[in-house]
Structure formats: structure tokens, C-alpha cells
Design a protein around this ligand. Structure first.
Ligand SMILES: Nc1ncnc2c1ncn2[C@@H]1O[C@H](COP(=O)(O)OP(=O)(O)OP(=O)(O)O)[C@@H](O)[C@H]1O
Length: 259
């Protein structure tokens, strides 16, 4: 989006689904202090699929956790939509996570005694909110689970279980879904299924997804890749392909070795 210098600039958090502004997170103190996030400023636009990549220990999970209200930042600000989450109490954060954020983790975290359908609506049942039936049907259709709704998790493949987890994250129509290595436990075919579904949820349902991944093939499903190193955003790429992401990572590692 281009802007003239005379146009009033919207507040940086006004339109983005999630925003970080000089977000800093450090662990420990003195000689053992680790700066996991070093003044990170980044926006995740609504209706986009973004992948966060970077070497192990670069701060990917920390950034996701601080943006999603799962962990508190040491300094700086984070917003979900126009809500500044860095100033919320624990109780307010719990409500915000419940009402406005969806999560998909590497472990599927399904309840074994519940059917797929019951797992999908569980967060809303706990919150005492009624699912929008039209939306729910659309989600279930997009995930391709219509014939599996009465199955329990142990009657489903890993890929199907993760698709149930993605449907669960989508069911309440959250403002944003955060995924932490959502395909980390899946073989490449099942991983591709889940990624295609996340892709469809952005394209067809207008969802916003931010996903941490190590895998260039997974990142290629995103609209944009943000690269982290040593707790800082060092680069980003629009419309990634696996080859370009891999090439970028190789070049980056080569620079890291010679600097
Ligand atoms: N609870 C903690 N206590 C101390 N240091 C931590 C803690 N959590 C993370 N760190 C440190 O913060 C830095 C960033 O960790 P983070 O888990 O965000 O990286 P990552 O890029 O997600 O790594 P990976 O790809 O290996 O999961 C690392 O140096 C890590 O050791």
C-alpha cells in the first residue's frame, strides 16, 4: 500500500492483525542474560499467510508466544488488532486468547475421548459460546473432514488429527491463527495436506495465519516469509518458493560463517 506524505498515517496497529513494536524479550540477568528478541518491529496484515523462519534459537517461538499473549515481553509493545496486549492483565490475556486467537501446535493436543466434531467445538463449549453453524460447516468442508466427524483421534491419521486441530483453531473465527511448527510431526504428504488447508483458509475464508517453520517447503505455502536471526528480523520475502527460501537460507548461513 502506498501513502503520500500529506495523508494522515494510520496508527501502525490500526489495520494489521498483529503488530510488534520494538518488542524485546530477555531471559535471566547479568552474565547469563539471553536476549531472545531484540527490539523487533513487524506487522502481520489481515488476510495474509506469513511464515517466520530462522536458525534454531533465533527467537521464532519467542516472537510468536509474545505476539499471541502466551508469554510476556520484557519491553516494547504488541497488538492483536487494535488491542495492545502488552498492557493486559493475565485474566484479560486469557480472554483475548480464547476469543480472538487460534493456535495450532506441533502436538495436535486433541482430547482422545472426544470425537473430531466435539474436539472442534470444545473451546467454544468451554467458553459457553454457540458456534456459527454456517461457518462451522464451511470450515469442516474446507478441512475435508465431513466424513470423519464421528471418529475419535486414534481412528484418524496424523494429518487428519492436525486438520481437526486446525478446524478447532478456525471454528471461533479468530482474528489470527498462530502455528508453531504445525507440520513438525507429520510426514511430507500429511504435512502438505495441512499446509494446503491453512492456505485455503486464508484464500477462501479470509483467515490470517502466522506460522513458525524450519521447512522451506512449508514456507512456500505462505504469502510472505519473515527471517529472524539472533532475535532480530533480518530480511523478508514476498511470494516465496521453496527454492528461493532455501537459496536465501544458504546465502545467509554463508554470510554468518564469514562475518
Ligand atoms: N525459558 C527460557 N529461558 C532461558 N532462555 C530461553 C528460554 N526460552 C528461550 N530461551 C532462549 O531464547 C532464544 C530464542 O529461543 P526460541 O525458542 O524463541 O528460538 P527458536 O528460533 O524458536 O528456536 P528453535 O527453532 O530451536 O525452536 C534462545 O537462545 C533460547 O535458548
Amino acid at each position: 500500500m502506498t501513502q503520500t506524505h500529506t495523508a494522515p498515517r494510520p496508527a501502525p496497529h490500526a489495520v494489521a492483525a498483529a503488530t510488534a513494536e520494538r518488542l524485546t524479550k530477555s531471559y535471566g540477568s547479568g552474565e547469563t542474560r539471553v536476549v531472545a528478541l531484540d527490539q523487533v518491529s513487524v506487522r502481520f496484515e489481515a488476510g495474509q499467510f506469513t511464515a517466520i523462519m530462522g536458525p534454531s534459537g533465533s527467537g521464532k517461538s519467542t516472537l510468536m508466544h509474545c505476539l499471541a499473549g502466551l508469554d510476556s515481553a520484557t519491553d516494547g509493545h504488541a497488538w492483536i488488532g487494535d488491542t495492545e496486549i502488552t498492557s493486559l492483565s493475565d485474566k484479560q490475556l486469557t480472554k483475548l486468547r480464547r476469543d480472538r486467537v487460534g493456535f495450532v501446535f506441533q502436538a495436535f493436543n486433541l482430547l482422545p475421548t472426544l470425537t473430531a466434531a466435539e474436539n472442534i467445538t470444545l473451546p467454544m463449549d468451554i467458553a459457553g459460546t454457540k458456534p456459527d453453524t454456517g461457518w462451522l460447516n464451511q470450515v469442516i468442508e474446507t478441512v475435508g473432514l465431513s466424513g470423519r466427524l464421528k471418529h475419535r483421534p486414534n481412528q484418524l491419521s496424523g494429518g487428519q488429527q492436525q486438520r481437526v486441530a486446525v478446524a478447532r483453531a478456525l471454528a471461533s473465527r479468530p482474528a489470527i491463527i498462530f502455528g508453531d511448527e504445525p507440520t513438525g510431526n507429520l510426514d511430507s504428504r500429511a504435512g502438505a495436506e495441512v499446509l494446503q488447508f491453512l492456505r485455503n483458509s486464508v484464500r477462501e475464508l479470509g483467515q490470517t495465519v502466522v506460522m513458525v517453520t524450519h521447512d522451506p517447503m512449508a514456507a512456500a505455502y505462505a504469502d510472505r516469509v519473515v527471517f529472524l536471526a539472533d532475535g532480530r528480523i533480518v530480511d523478508e520475502m514476498a511470494d516465496p518458493t521453496a527454492e528461493r527460501v532455501l537459496d536465501h537460507m544458504r546465502r545467509f548461513e554463508a554470510v554468518g560463517r564469514t562475518s
